[in-house]
Ligand binder design. Structure first.
Ligand SMILES: Nc1nc2c(ncn2[C@@H]2O[C@H](COP(=O)(O)OP(=O)(O)OP(=O)(O)O)[C@@H](O)[C@H]2O)c(=O)[nH]1
Length: 308
């Protein structure tokens, strides 16, 4: 353990798992990044951005908080949707705290009720997190809080803005207060359990989500096929495949004279260079895998759904 996480040895170390759930787009991944202080999860305003269940780890003197990000719970339309729901619901089992996120800027709807139903049956402490408070007035936040209070029997409530950082520490403090005595599960310098290949593929997928609208984002699967560090050049060479479901989508992703894929590649490369701390050569190839979202084997080959 390094100096930064040394704690008073007379106090027992505490650790535990907190699962974040909520409707798609509630702000789960953004809150996780704000808590960790670094981008470990991709975010976008497209629903169902998160396809992997993964863990993000915060280690501080005296405690370790392991956050489990989950795909947003939603009404499934295909095998991918069902797999994502199953994965999110599994993450409610055997955790110490369940944090349900409710967007302050959107009316509570059947989607939230459905998520709450699962939260109510979880055997864990329950926290209500009102998110995106920078987008709502104090009156609107109060109204939302009152409405969400009835969704379950809450052990704690906190309002946050992951964007401005407001109350992110209060969320950490509240969650920490429910951690039982326990071991340090992960090394102190580890902030996520995703492999480098998965993070790279996800960073690329994020750029596509942000670049394209309509059906394209949901039809995309990204795999980082080859990853090589070239010591002499202090550079990573990354070869990744972007899968789509139809030829027409392939054309859209590539764009006129390759302009669209080039744009995605440039943006992803900038992010990856920051992540890896060195130059990156990124090669993106677009391939068609017909109707992969209906094929459970293919979904799992991409690593979506089951992350743990
Ligand atoms: N203004 C504002 N926007 C936010 C905040 N938190 C998240 N967002 C935005 O809301 C959108 C969804 O955020 P995500 O963190 O991707 O949501 P998610 O719950 O992980 O979404 P899924 O992966 O679809 O389940 C993104 O465009 C974020 O930038 C916030 O505190 N303030």
């Amino acid at each position: 353990m390094d100096d930064a996480v040394q704690h008073d040895e007379t106090m027992p170390f505490r650790s535990g798992f907190v699962t974040l759930v909520g409707r798609p787009n509630a702000g789960k991944s953004t809150l996780i990044n704000a808590v960790i202080g670094k981008k470990v999860a991709i975010t976008s305003n497209t629903v169902q951005t998160t396809r992997h269940r993964f863990r993000a780890v915060l280690t501080r003197p005296g405690f370790q908080l392991v956050m489990v990000d989950t795909p947003g719970l939603h009404k499934p339309h295909d095998a991918l949707g069902e797999e994502l729901n199953t994965s999110a619901l599994k993450a409610l089992e055997d955790v110490d705290v369940v944090a349900m996120l409710v967007d302050a800027s959107k009316p509570i709807g059947t989607g939230d009720e459905w998520v709450a139903e699962h939260v109510r049956s979880a055997k864990a402490k329950r926290i209500l997190v009102i998110t995106k408070i920078d987008l709502a007035t104090p009156e609107e936040i109060e109204k939302q809080k009152l409405a969400a209070e009835g969704l379950a029997d809450w052990d704690g409530i906190v309002e946050v803005s992951a964007q401005t950082g407001e109350n992110v520490e209060a969320f950490v403090g509240l969650t920490e207060s429910f951690l039982p005595e326990g071991p340090q599960w992960f090394p102190a310098d580890m902030d996520t359990d995703q492999s480098l290949e998965v993070i790279i593929a996800e960073f690329i997928r994020e750029k596509i989500l942000r670049e394209f609208r309509e059906e394209i984002p949901h039809a995309i699967g990204v795999v980082a096929e080859e990853l090589e560090y070239v010591r002499a050049k202090d550079m990573y060479r990354i070869f990744a495949i972007v899968y789509v479901e139809r030829d027409s989508q392939k054309g859209m992703i590539i764009g006129k004279k390759g302009a669209a894929i080039k744009q995605v590649g440039t943006q992803a490369r900038e992010d990856l260079e920051q992540l890896l701390g060195c130059k990156v050569f990124l090669d993106l190839t677009v391939k068609v895998k017909k109707n992969w979202r209906r094929d459970l084997n293919q979904i799992r080959r991409f690593g979506y759904g089951e992350g743990i």
